[in-house]
Design a protein around this ligand. Structure first.
Ligand SMILES: *[C@@H]1O[C@H](CO)[C@@H](O)[C@H](O)[C@H]1NC(C)=O
Length: 237
C-alpha cells in the first residue's frame, strides 16, 4: 500500500537552508536558543520554571555523586547536558509537524558510541593494563576465563549499541504509533464515522500523556546508564 510508507515520512531529514541546515539541525539550534535565553534570565529568588530547573540540577548532581561514590562530580556537566539535550529534543518532538532528532539512530548511536569510547580511553589512562580486569569477573574459576572474557567483552561493546538503540527505537515506535492512530482517526472522519473516530482520538490523548513521560524517562535512563559506565572507569571492581 502507498499509505504504509507515509508513516515513515515524519522521519525524513530535509535540507532547508543551503546544503547544511536541515530540519534536524534546526531543532538542535532551537533547543540551544531556548537554553541560552532561559539561562540569561536567572533570578536570585527563583521563578517557578527556575525552581524546577534547580530541582532537576540538584537531583542529577546527587545521582552523579551517588553512582560514582563521590569521585565523578566533574562529570556532572556532561550528564546534565546530555539530559537537557535528549529530554529537550524528545519533548519538542511531541509537537505536531516537528522533527525529532533523537528518533534517529545516527544521533543517539553517535552519542552512545562517543560515550563508550571516552569511557574506555578514561579507564585505560587511569588504570593502564588493570582496566582489562573489567573483562574478567573476580572469583570466577580460571577454567572458565576464556569464555567469560569473550562474553564480558561482547557485553561491554554492546553497551554502546543498546544505549543508543533503546532511545531511538522507543521514540520512533512512539511516533509511528501516533501516525498510525492519527491516520486511523482521519480515515474514520473522512468516511463520516464521526462518533467512531472518538475511539482512536481518545487513545491518542492517553498515548500523548504516556509519551510525555516516556520522553523524560528515556532521557533519564540514558543519563543514569552513562553515569554508571563512567563509574566503571573510576572504581575498578
Ligand atoms: C518506550 O519505553 C517505555 C519504558 O521506558 C515503555 O513503557 C513504552 O511502552 C515504550 N514505547 C513504545 C512505543 O514501545
Amino acid at each position: 500500500m502507498v499509505m504504509a510508507a507515509s508513516f515513515f515520512d515524519q522521519f525524513n531529514v530535509v535540507r532547508i537552508i543551503g546544503g547544511i541546515i536541515t530540519n534536524s539541525s534546526i531543532m538542535m539550534l532551537i533547543l540551544l536558543a531556548v537554553v541560552l535565553i532561559g539561562s540569561c534570565s536567572y533570578k536570585l529568588i527563583p521563578t517557578r520554571l527556575q525552581s524546577i530547573q534547580e530541582i532537576v540540577y540538584t537531583h542529577f548532581l546527587g545521582l552523579v555523586k551517588d553512582s560514582t561514590a563521590n569521585k565523578g562530580t566533574q562529570y556532572f556537566t556532561l550528564i546534565i547536558t546530555l539530559f537537557v539535550f535528549i529530554a529537550g529534543l524528545n519533548l519538542f518532538g511531541l509537537f505536531p509537524y516537528v522533527f525529532t532528532p533523537t528518533a534517529h539512530i545516527i544521533v543517539t548511536f553517535g552519542l552512545s558510541l562517543s560515550i563508550l569510547m571516552a569511557v574506555t580511553i578514561l579507564g585505560i589512562t587511569r588504570f593502564r593494563w588493570n582496566f582489562a580486569s573489567m573483562m574478567m569477573p573476580s572469583g570466577a574459576p580460571l577454567l572458565l576465563a576464556p569464555l567469560l572474557v569473550i562474553i564480558e567483552t561482547i557485553s561491554y561493546i554492546s553497551r554502546a549499541i543498546s544505549l543508543g538503540v533503546r532511545l531511538a527505537a522507543n521514540l520512533s515506535a512512539g511516533h509511528l504509533l501516533f501516525a498510525i492512530l492519527a491516520s486511523f482517526g482521519f480515515a474514520m472522519i473522512s468516511n463520516g464515522m464521526l462518533v467512531l473516530s472518538l475511539g482512536p482520538i481518545l487513545v491518542m490523548v492517553f498515548i500523548t500523556l504516556l509519551e510525555i513521560a516516556v520522553a523524560l524517562i528515556q532521557a533519564y535512563v540514558f543519563c543514569l546508564l552513562t553515569a554508571i559506565y563512567i563509574n566503571d572507569t573510576l572504581n575498578l571492581h
